[in-house]
Write a protein that binds this ligand. Structure first.
Ligand code: 5GP
Ligand code: MG
Length: 182
């Protein structure tokens, strides 16, 4: 008899990506970045809080020198659909002029967050700019955005786990799953 599912996992309707699937894809993404950035210093700009686990795992596989910057940006504001407005707190003095910038987020949905961020960084004239996400939803984008690195393409469903929350919960799940409607 399988062990009963308890704790936060009990609130999931189903598991979309297991910890093993996530870890092996993240390692493959890092291998590609190691090839691309060989010999360079990379300035990583990570969007908090959702990308926390993805960035922590990905960066530990990178073998070039890395500077890490974090930024809080949100477009969901607690619900399960984008509000259409991006809030962010760009720190005074944060300037990427002349740097090789890698912008990282957990998930690409409408494209609004990353297009706003990409434009903001691009305006500072970095030496190069590349964007990566762990997940990309198969849906129309509200804003066109270039994303060079995509971990997994997923259906247009609200996901939680591995850093992603619903009203502040579920970030600590090691897997990524779909919430139980109840
Ligand atoms: P976009 O601006 O592309 O619509 O949304 C990107 C942001 O919305 C992500 O950084 C993430 O914080 C949030 N988001 C989008 N889809 C989901 C989802 O399915 N689950 C969770 N927890 N957050 C999401
Ligand atoms: Mg986010």
């Amino acid at each position: 008899m399988p062990a009963p599912v308890t704790g936060v996992l009990a609130d999931l309707e189903r598991i979309l990506l297991t910890p093993e699937q996530i870890q092996s894809r993240v390692a493959a993404m890092a291998a590609e970045l190691n090839r691309h950035y060989a010999g360079k210093v990379v300035s990583v700009l990570a969007l908090m809080d959702g990308a926390l686990f993805f960035v922590a795992d990905l960066l530990r596989h990178l073998d070039m020198p890395v500077r890490l910057y974090t930024l809080s940006a949100s477009s969901y504001h607690g619900g399960t659909a984008s509000s259409g407005q991006v809030r962010m707190n760009w720190p005074a003095g944060l300037d990427f002029r002349g740097q090789d910038v890698l912008l990282l987020d957990d998930i690409l949905d409408t494209g609004l967050t990353l297009s706003v961020l990409r434009d903001k960084v691009a305006a500072q004239q970095p030496a190069s700019l590349r964007t990566g996400v762990l997940l990309a939803k198969k849906r129309e984008r509200v804003r066109d955005v270039v994303v060079e690195d995509i971990g997994f393409e997923i259906e247009d469903e609200f996901v939680v786990g591995y850093g992603m929350d619903y009203q502040g919960r579920f970030r600590n799940l090691p897997c990524i799953g779909i919430l139980n409607p109840a």
